[in-house]
Design a protein around this ligand. Sequence first.
Ligand code: DX5
Ligand code: ZN
Length: 236
Amino acid sequence: MSKDKLQTIRDAAPAVLPSLLMCDFGDLKTEVQRLEAAGTRVLHLDVMDGHFVPNLTYGMPIIEGLRKHTDMPLDVHLMISDPLKYAKPMVDAGADLLTFHVEAVEDAQSVAQQIRDLGVAVGVALNPGTPMEKLDGCLDAVDMALVMSVEAGFGGQSFNPIALERLRTLRASHPDLLLEIDGGINEQTIGQAAAAGCDLFVVGSAIFGKQDYAAAIGSLDQAISAAGKAGEVSGS
Ligand code: DX5
Ligand code: ZN
């Protein structure tokens, strides 16, 4: 099941993934419907444990609840100290792609393999302050690399351009790896990330800070395709 969802994610790229962190948790069903109607094809869920990051959000019950309201792939970003402890419960709750932080584990390659063995797609995330070398050895064991453009923990922070250089490096070394960026993505920054080779763009405040989700996602999509066209022109 989840391998098909990985294909759905690949087919959706380049895509804006709304991050369910600043939405109305009192009315999640309506939020999901509004996002779907606005053209969303994949949802990004921010799970924080108050330990790996200072913030505390939600876990399996919310994912299970969301699963009942949508067929969209659920991209679960685990900002937790012990990803393996919760991987199976997350899969049982309906996660399709599980991303763990490289800073949280000793052996990222083994963690990636163990998550894969649960039958879902797997991603590895790297904070801006963590050296890229931390990813050595595990990139061939994952379906996606999540390049953080803010330190994980809170929405509404400003974009750290170190992520652009990292995306370019990863795109060159791993042409087929899905690349995702998360943090401070808005109409100004999304085009640069697209030009750097990113596939999936996680967006919180630039969608949920607006009334009209379709308009917000529409302008972000436009900025992605404008960056693509500019690349074609300069590359030709
Ligand atoms: C940050 C989270 C992000 C965040 C993005 O730790 O992983 O998904 O919600 O929010 P904005 O777009 O507001 O930076
Ligand atoms: Zn996230």
